[in-house]
Design a protein around this ligand. Structure first.
Ligand code: ATP
Ligand code: MG
Length: 551
């Protein structure tokens, strides 16, 4: 049983119609990832470090190590439903800690190593975590916030030879415990993980998911990596604290018994990315759009590197069209499949070149297993094809739809609406439309829509057009209040090094947007900046630009 959709049988429509979730009773993630494989001695994790060290961990070894850590957590008083923060980069301790939590029915809490003290404090307090497993690189930040987090009683440090008082060594903690552990009784609905949203539009929200979450990602995984047969090696440079890394790559790969490459990269480096792909024969990778744009600056990659890439997927923000052209021309036609999802419901829409041709700018079509629609957010009624509405997914029985926002019952309630046919929809807060061929198109986040002279403009579209200008590296577009037009469009732009930030560049940009989009969509105001506010996942925080504008 693998919940596998085959790309060979009957094509996309048939897969959608015949798909059924058949998660077994008593489902536990750790059993799925570690204990159901025919040959547990197969490699699960190919660990590389910047200093040249290389290690391989089999499924059986990860099982043993997470058993030891589960025993250690139990002994330290962690039990069912308790929260354990995990602030570890791409190192074995990261999945070992998650798997240990799931084995004992606790809730893991992935946190980014890029978080500073304020970001950590907010999430640790909000989730009332009792334990954190923290990489040596973040111990300073943890120390700063420890006093402010009354529930946090234990800190376990990874790769720290001489921990300070009150901090234990992860390696020592594991080694001291039994290598067997009986997995707790859980179901697909048992709470397993809280993942905080990126915080693009407001304070990050803790999103609670059950054990079925990663199995729920598997149909999408088959689709965007275009697999009928699995003989693959997976890697992503994305932070292993993000649903886009854990959920789109690591855990689905293990569900299918396939190896994942792990490398703690400090800051993305395009050459290193190609070197890793070459060394480990990486076949499938999730690359965030910003990473792809950096890789695009490397000349002749297929001549310089011996690559085995089959498929790239990308998402989290709109992909710009030149990315598809680059893969076609510079990577010998490797597929780049855009996908769409959010921390609350991942992944809902994807591309699969084997099934249908990509339409540049479209997120793709709904993944089998998820009932996606564009609805009126007030009534829950489906809107006609072509009309813009809110992208929604039916909650009922879908293992990827979240259970609740942690400690935020009002926000949880506001995120769903029941339609006239009784379907309970999860509202994504993203606006888009479906075309008559079934492709979905992203328009804007509900909060970000600019209404100028009565026209509704999605800032992402304007940013994408501006980014086609070779002298612009980053763009953030917002609406600013205007007496007669309601709002006008303002662009904050970070030019490439050495660009001339003058009136002629402004004029070229206005011209470009008018040509590409529409007369009313060009930015009337343009401000050049050195830096744009971004989330740790690389998304522009437009709310911060709006706040800056208000000051
Ligand atoms: P917050 O909810 O705290 O404001 P966030 O929504 O950025 O933060 P995530 O859950 O990480 O946090 O991001 C999901 C969002 O990213 C989606 O709701 C959507 O707005 C955007 N997104 C994801 N994929 C795509 C895509 N292919 N095209 C356009 N936007 C996308
Ligand atoms: Mg969101």
């Amino acid at each position: 049983m693998t919940w596998h959709i085959s790309l060979d049988d009957g094509g996309y429509e048939q897969a959608r119609e015949s798909f059924q979730w058949d998660l077994p009773e008593g489902y536990n993630i750790a059993w799925d990832m570690l204990r159901k494989h025919e040959d547990p001695e197969q490699p699960a994790l190919k660990q590389a470090y910047p200093d040249g060290r290389r290690e391989t961990y089999s499924f059986a070894e990860l099982d043993r190590l997470s058993n030891q850590f589960a025993n250690a957590l139990t002994e330290r008083g962690v039990s069912r439903g308790d929260r354990v923060g995990i602030i570890v980069p791409q190192k074995p301790a990261n999945p070992i800690a998650h798997l240990a939590c799931w084995k004992l029915g606790a809730i893991s809490l992935p946190l980014s190593v890029l978080f500073g003290p304020d970001a950590l404090q907010y999430r640790l307090r909000d989730s009332e975590a009792n334990v954190v497993v923290a990489d040596e690189s973040v111990l300073g930040a943890v120390r700063e916030v420890r006093e402010e987090c009354p529930d946090l009683t234990q800190v376990i440090a990874v790769d720290e030879e001489n921990p300070e008082e009150g901090v234990e060594r992860f390696e020592g903690v594991c080694a001291g415990h039994e290598a067997s552990f009986e997995i707790a009784d859980t179901e697909a609905e048992t709470p397993a993980i809280i993942i905080y949203t990126s915080g693009s539009t407001g304070p990050p929200k803790g999103v609670l998911h059950g054990h079925g979450l990663w199995a729920g990602h598997c149909p999408a995984f088959s689709m965007y990596f275009e697999h009928s047969v699995f003989e693959s090696v997976y890697w992503t440079p994305a932070d292993w604290a993000w649903i886009g890394a854990l959920g789109d790559v690591v855990f689905p790969a293990w569900h299918y018994g396939q190896p994942v490459v792990s490398y703690p990269m400090e800051g993305f480096d395009a050459e290193t990315a190609f070197e890793l792909c070459e060394e480990f024969d990486v076949t499938d990778t999730f690359l965030p759009p910003t990473a792809i744009r950096m890789m695009m600056t490397v000349d002749d990659p297929t001549e310089r590197y011996d690559l085995s890439l089959d498929a790239i997927c990308s998402g989290g923000e709109p992909l710009t069209p030149e990315i598809l052209d680059w893969a076609e021309e510079q990577l010998d036609g490797v597929a780049v499949n855009e996908l769409y999802g959010q921390t609350e419901a991942n992944l809902l829409v994807a591309n699969c070149r084997e099934w249908f041709p990509a339409q540049a700018g479209s997120m793709g079509k709904p993944v089998p297993g998820h009932e996606v629609a564009v609805v009126d957010q007030e009534t829950g009624e489906r809107v006609p094809d072509g009309a813009v509405g809110m992208i929604a997914v039916a909650r009922d029985g879908d293992p990827v739809v979240f259970q609740e926002y942690w400690n935020e019952p009002e926000k949880t309630a506001a995120a769903s609406v029941t339609g006239p046919d009784g379907t309970e929809w999860h509202l994504t807060e993203d606006l888009g439309y479906r075309d008559e061929d079934g492709y979905y198109w992203f328009k804007a986040r509900d909060d970000d829509v600019i209404i100028t002279s009565g026209y509704r403009v999605g800032p992402g579209e304007v940013e994408s057009a501006i980014l086609e200008h070779p002298e612009i590296e980053q763009a953030g577009v917002i609406g600013v209040d205007h007496e007669t037009r309601g709002e006008i469009i303002k662009a904050f732009l970070k030019p490439v090094d050495g660009a001339s930030e003058g009136e002629s560049l402004r004029e070229e940009i206005r011209h470009l947007v008018r040509e590409r989009l529409a007369e009313y969509e060009y930015p009337r105001e343009i401000e050049f900046v050195d830096e744009l506010p971004t989330t740790t996942t690389g998304k522009i925080q437009r709310r911060k630009l709006r706040a800056r504008e208000h000051e």
